[in-house]
Write a protein that binds this ligand. Structure first.
Ligand code: ITT
Length: 190
């Protein structure tokens, strides 16, 4: 099956590619196709918007992820607005902004959410969700991953997500869990 990976985020492209390797799908990049504006208020709405728009435009199956980080001390912010937190454009600026907002805060609990949607050209839609809880550090550690990874230590771990390999992150992460469920649903029984 040919599937377009409907994301402009290179970190997601890598994680989706690694997670779905072995399914025998032909994963294709967006190749300049415009992505719709994310007007939804839930991860499900935005992931569906991205996957369905690309599937309709191309008449090809499309996979999209909508995700975010929910910070307890910020009443769940930035959530679905994580990519635009504080109006900042870069991961680095958003991380600095988040650290500023949490300065002096002892409750550093947060969780990542990912919703992965596979949209088929016939209109059928499959949805998978994953979560990862942990704590936010007071400064960044590590150079891997993307987004808020350098600030986030998953429960039961000592390293941040940015100090792990893609495979290590994938084994425990919100997106890894959603993608594993998708993979399981499509695995051929020999
Ligand atoms: P696409 O919409 O093109 O897929 P995006 O980065 O804009 O890319 P989202 O709208 O879903 O994607 O925004 C999710 C943001 O949440 C992302 O930009 C990161 O800042 C953050 N985020 C999501 N998953 C993350 C992860 O695994 N590690 C670190 N940060 C993550």
């Amino acid at each position: 099956m040919q599937v377009i990976v409907a994301t402009g985020n290179t970190g997601k492209v890598q994680e989706i590619g690694e997670a779905l390797a072995g399914l025998g799908w032909n994963l294709r990049p967006l190749e300049g196709l415009p992505m719709p504006e994310e007007t939804g208020t839930t991860y499900e709405e935005n992931a569906a918007l991205k996957a369905c728009t690309v599937a309709l435009m191309t008449r090809t199956a499309a996979i999209a992820d909508d995700s975010g980080i929910e910070v307890e001390a910020l009443n769940g912010e930035p959530g679905v607005y994580s990519a635009r937190f504080g109006g900042w454009d870069s991961d680095l600026e958003r991380n600095v902004y988040l650290l500023e907002k949490l300065r002096g805060q002892t409750n550093r609990r947060a969780k990542f959410i990912s919703v992965v949607i596979l949209a088929h050209p016939n209109g059928q839609v499959e949805s998978y969700r994953g979560e990862l809880s942990g704590t936010l550090l007071e400064g960044p550690r590590g150079t891997g991953g993307f987004g808020y990874d350098p600030l986030f230590v998953p429960d039961g771990e000592t390293r941040t997500l940015a100090e792990m390999s893609v495979a290590e992150k994938q084994a425990i992460s919100h997106r890894g869990k959603a993608l594993a469920a998708l993979k399981e649903a499509h695995q051929q029984v020999p």
